[in-house]
Design a protein around this ligand. Sequence first.
Ligand SMILES: CC(=O)N[C@H]1[C@H]([C@H](O)[C@H](O)CO)O[C@](OP(=O)(O)OC[C@H]2O[C@@H](n3ccc(N)nc3=O)[C@H](O)[C@@H]2O)(C(=O)O)C[C@@H]1O
Length: 417
Amino acid sequence: MDGGAAADGGGPGAHLAALVLARGGSKGIPLKNIKLLAGVPLVGWVLRAAADAGVFHSIWVSTDHDEIEKVAKQFGAQVHRRSPEVSQDSSTSLEAIREFLNHHHEVDIVGNIQATSPCLHPSDLIKVADMIQKEGFDSVFSVVRRHQFRWSEVKKGENKMTEPQNLNPAKRYRRQDWPGELYENGSFYFARRQLIEKGYLQGGKMAYYEMRAEHSVDIDIDIDWPIAEQRVLSFGYFGKEPLKEVKLLVCSIDGCLTNGRIYVSEDRKEMVCYDYRDIVGIDLLKKRGIQVRLISDRDCSKTLSAMQLGCIAKVSATNKLEVLEEWQRDMGLSWKEVSYLGNEESDVECLKKAGMSGVPADACVVAQKAAGYICKSNGGCGAVREFAEHIFLLLEKVNSSRKQMEEMSSAGEKMGK
Ligand SMILES: CC(=O)N[C@H]1[C@H]([C@H](O)[C@H](O)CO)O[C@](OP(=O)(O)OC[C@H]2O[C@@H](n3ccc(N)nc3=O)[C@H](O)[C@@H]2O)(C(=O)O)C[C@@H]1O
């Protein structure tokens, strides 16, 4: 097959756009593209890798859905609102990419990154960008090596026998004696505009990029979801900074631990409402050795003591960041070890500083923009519990990367012997 070479105007100066297609409809999992995978919306995993790769002139999400648009922007992507015609179950990726190109004449090369492959790393994208921009390929797509023996299909009623396709049954290869075969894994498809306009994502001077097997995840059906979750926890890309264990969670009281409503009686006694699930969350955090401290810019000391949470708290905090800095210094923690759950403008600086930050679903927009994680639960309705789960997932990741490091160094030692 030849898509017709299009080797013009594609050097380092050419506009390379990352494009993630994320329609709202989905055959299996509802709103799959923003469903939380290990605490991060699916599309967020690849957007983070694309941003940190630093090779794209622009990063886009093409969608037909308001919620997906919101999430895409939170991860720093620009949004192309696509037409319903290319958002159907029957619409192909190529159709959606061509529509995007029709609206963005500045783009010379498209790197279509599929959200359904969340284990992508920036290092992969940097290498592919080089293949296109320096080595002059017109299209590059990702593959993975598999050692799978294939057999021909025999349809019901056919009077045939199945045939081996890539093996000799008399001399079955052992894994280590057979290089295996390359399979398209759906992680990405880079192609020049000229090729795409001719109706191809793969063609011209074409190459594959072989991904490491552990980075190759393709979420297709519901049962893939828990497997993918485990895979990203072990091998996913979690951002530029090395991960650290969280040692402290600071939680804003009004609007996070409570729903923000205050009932006042005639004798000026106040009542607030909180969710028992959040108290369970606080207990679980403490059991895992994570201190929980509470903060409020209001004097809510009486209410707080009535709640009997057993947490250190600072009320009437006029500057929450100063309090947080003081706690961080006193406990001898790095910012990476501090997590923060807030919901208001007064929490923004703390959310930006903390290594791990979250907001309830109904937090104000500026707080949402500053946070790394947006809970599905509202304040006072399980957000603390949910954020605790998110922290536990991170701890699992820290443990598994520690194990990986230990395994790698012991393998290195063995080789050195
Ligand atoms: C480039 C391409 O042809 N991609 C197709 C891939 C590819 O062949 C496989 O991943 C290879 O392993 O297969 C499909 O893959 P799937 O349907 O999961 O789509 C992959 C991601 O792209 C989004 N998408 C797809 C088409 C479209 N018109 N708009 C979109 O937003 C989906 O929401 C999802 O996030 C398939 O299962 O049929 C359909 C995809 O169109």
